[in-house]
Design a protein around this ligand. Structure first.
Ligand code: BGC
Length: 733
């Protein structure tokens, strides 16, 4: 295989210490399901993970709902003349694992010498089909180099996997089908969703023996092939996954029969044919999604494609009932929950590349409005209050405690579910953005309008009036900077609420012009008095500032100052030195907060204001969240700090590939991948929408010769080509 540094992510060396990291990086997915890049053979460090988008389960009443980890379908142990393949033993003579971003294939090539001196070449290929979302496959080819002897494959479906100890499934049935098929039928304990995982096998070579084993939620197909020096034998494992949540199932279908019939049909076509069709779909996706960067070093090109690749893999293509989890489908981190990460960080990529997918993501919020209405009511508010962490129903699912505070040695309470309310303005912001970019008035005037109106109603009940100062306040919140809890008048939140209430007035004008729009107002019982109140609140909302300097919140300037730069580059160092309580009382930010606002409401701030606030907040920011660096890159570009913009882009783009935050093993940082796309298109590409018009003001980094990408804008497809000496925007068929 010839390597292309612009398309191939390569692991050059087998290193068990990095196993978790690469498992996340090499995740394959198709938006319906995702599977971590675990090895086929078993190691102590191996953490298998297969997740189906939207399939949630709450195994115990005192644990929050999460995406259950499905049976491990990847496992295949290999015995080479009786010696089990184990790269921690013997000698690894050659090793290379390559993720081909262009075609969505994970390949591993190994030459291994066993402790007894048997040398074997092995080649593994894996895909998760984009053409048929229920289909995943592995093909293994084995060539004994200096011996003759039996080659045995023990291919398993292992339902013993848990979510870090929580078992979400009860087993209903495990058995065999066709000639070489094995399956597990399971059901989630609380949500009662059925899941079928069925693996059928094709063997290549002379079969000496075959058998099945079945014990404790784990079923195995064994094939023993005759191995001869220099001759390749192998096995293909095509696996089919269906769940009772699937929207593409015929009505009243028997899930198991349906899955087994599909699997038998798929086996007839064979691994290579499925792989080819899958690669064709990737080619179509890249046609619209690719970003081409020409520079002397290929790494920037690779990381941007890596981001786009994973964004496509983790996002449901045509299921509006589900959204994107903070870790996509690549790990148990954040339990598969959906945050503001989706609307503010991930959605823009889809908006400009695949607008229909962006619409689905917003429709998920529409469909979970009943949950948001419940959240508001439970907290004593009106309207709809979106969950900080959302799952299937839209009700709040944020856990109540997190990791141990190194200073108090007690679990840190997580207050985000109770206080991080800005999600209820981030979603309206994304809806308006969607409308600006697509021009989709139908969506705005129906689903969008319901969300905007119900959240406006929520904010009107959330603010409190201060008669002494004649202003409206929003007290006891957490802003984007999660180091600060229980704060009053977070500038980011208040400014966006003001923006939201003003946009709602524009929306209401549009609604009144159409019968469908009037129906929405009627349906929600929106009164004239209410509309007036919203505008009064917008006009009088408290926005703490001193000249050009925005105060992150009331009292921020009085907090103690600490030398943030001393701690910034080592994850966890600040926490060890200060502890949670003190961090809460200091001028140190976890992530972009005021700077985030300078980006989202860029047109509302002058260049001078942006510079003053950057100078003040940037040195106080730890970038302890992966959501920070990409936004800093964009804002740095806006204020002509070219070097900082490029440095922050590189920081954002490397988070998962280099494991710079040290936690990629728990899953990819989806928001950062989306942020990376925005840093290129909105930052260096300078693409923005101003008063409904597309504007392009490129600022190419010094290191790049050219940048080219496509955009979907108001029903047109455009190509933006930027060179050092100019740029052009052309229409694409
Ligand atoms: C960040 C949040 C983010 C969440 C999920 C947290 O560490 O502070 O802004 O939404 O991670 O990615």
């Amino acid at each position: 295989m010839t390597l292309d540094p612009r398309w191939h992510v390569v692991e050059e060396k087998f290193d068990p210490k990095k196993m978790g990291h690469y498992e996340s990086v090499f995740t394959l997915g198709n938006g319906y399901l995702g599977t971590r890049g675990v090895f086929e053979e078993l190691y102590r460090e191996r953490t298998p993970g297969t997740f189906v988008a939207g399939l949630f389960d709450q195994a115990h009443p005192n644990e929050v709902t999460e995406l259950p980890n499905l049976p491990d379908w990847v496992e295949v142990s290999i015995l080479l003349n009786g010696e089990e393949l184990d790269l921690t033993q013997g000698q690894v003579l050659q090793y290379r694992r390559v993720l081909d971003l262009k075609g969505g294939v994970l390949t591993r090539e190994v030459v291994w010498e066993s402790p007894q001196g048997r040398r074997t070449a092995l080649r593994f290929r894996r895909f998760v089909s984009l053409a048929n979302v229920h289909l995943v496959g592995i093909s293994i080819a084995v060539t004994p180099e200096n011996y003759d002897g039996p080659i045995e494959f023990r291919s398993a479906l292992n339902g013993q996997v848990t979510n870090s100890g929580t078992q979400h499934f009860t087993s209903i049935e495990h058995s065999t089908y066709a000639h070489r098929g094995i399956y597990l039928l399971q059901e989630t304990v609380q949500s009662k969703q059925q899941v079928v995982v069925a693996a059928n096998h094709v063997v290549h070579g002379v079969l000496l023996d075959e058998s099945f084993k079945n014990a404790h939620r784990r079923i195995v197909y064994n094939a023993v092939l005759s191995g001869k020096r220099g001759q390749t034998v192998g096995i293909d494992k095509l696996t089919t996954i269906y769940t009772s949540r699937d929207q593409d199932l015929p009505r009243a279908v028997n899930l198991l029969h349906h899955a087994l019939a599909a699997s038998s049909r798929q086996t007839q076509q064979g691994f290579d044919q499925h792989l080819e069709v899958h690669q064709q779909v990737w080619e179509q996706r890249w046609q619209w999604a690719d970003i081409e960067i020409v520079s002397d070093d290929h790494f920037d090109q690779l990381v941007v494609r890596f981001a786009v690749f994973h964004l496509i893999q983790m996002t449901p293509w045509n299921d509006p009932r589900v959204s994107v989890a903070a870790k996509g489908l690549s790990g148990e981190g954040y339990k598969g929950h959906v945050f503001w990460d989706t609307e503010i960080f991930i959605l823009p990529f889809f908006l400009y590349s695949f607008p229909q997918v962006a619409k689905n993501l917003l429709t998920y919020r529409y469909l979970t409005l009943p949950g948001a209405i419940t959240n508001a009511a439970q907290n004593g508010y009106s309207g709809a209050m979106f969950a900080w962490e959302s799952a299937d129903t839209g009700e709040e699912t944020t856990p109540e405690v997190g990791g141990i505070d190194p200073v108090t040695r007690k679990p840190i309470p997580i207050l985000c579910g109770k206080q991080e309310h800005h999600i209820s303005v981030d979603i309206p912001y994304a809806i308006w953005n969607y409308y600006q970019v697509t021009g989709d008035r139908d969506f705005l005037l129906k689903e969008g309008a319901e969300i905007l109106l119900l959240t406006a109603r929520f904010w009107a009940s959330r603010v409190s009036y201060n008669p002494d100062r004649d202003w409206y306040e929003i007290k006891e919140v957490i802003g984007p900077d999660e180091y600060k809890e229980g704060i009053d008048n977070n500038y980011y939140t208040n400014a966006l609420v003001q923006w939201h209430l003003k946009k709602t007035a524009e929306l209401v004008k549009l609604l009144k012009e159409s019968p469908a729009g009037q129906c929405v107002l009627l349906k929600l019982g929106v009164t004239e008095g209410e509309l007036q109140d919203w505008q009064v609140i917008a006009a009088k909302i408290r926005l703490p500032r001193e000249g050009e300097l925005l105060h992150q919140f009331e009292g921020f300037m009085e907090l103690q100052e600490i030398d943030v730069l001393k701690y910034r580059d080592v994850p966890g160092l600040l926490q060890k030195a200060y502890g949670w309580e003190e961090i809460n009382r200091s001028q140190v930010l976890k992530q972009a907060d005021v700077v985030m606002l300078l980006y989202l409401l860029g047109d509302e701030f002058t260049l001078a204001e942006k510079r003053v606030n950057w100078d003040f907040y940037e040195p106080k920011t730890m970038h302890d969240s992966s959501l920070s660096a990409a936004i800093h890159s964009i804002v740095a570009n806006d204020i002509d700090l070219a070097e900082e913009a490029y440095a922050y882009f590189q920081k954002a783009a490397r988070i998962d590939l280099t494991n710079s935050m040290g936690n990629t093993h728990a899953g990819l940082h989806a928001a950062s991948l989306g942020g990376c796309w925005q840093a290129v298109v909105h930052g260096f590409g300078g693409v923005r929408v101003k008063s409904g018009e597309l504007s392009v003001t490129p600022k190419l980094p010094k290191a790049w010769h050219s940048l080219r990408f496509k955009l979907a804008f108001q029903g047109k497809r455009l190509q933006v080509s930027i060179r050092r000496d100019g740029y052009e925007v052309t229409t694409v068929d």
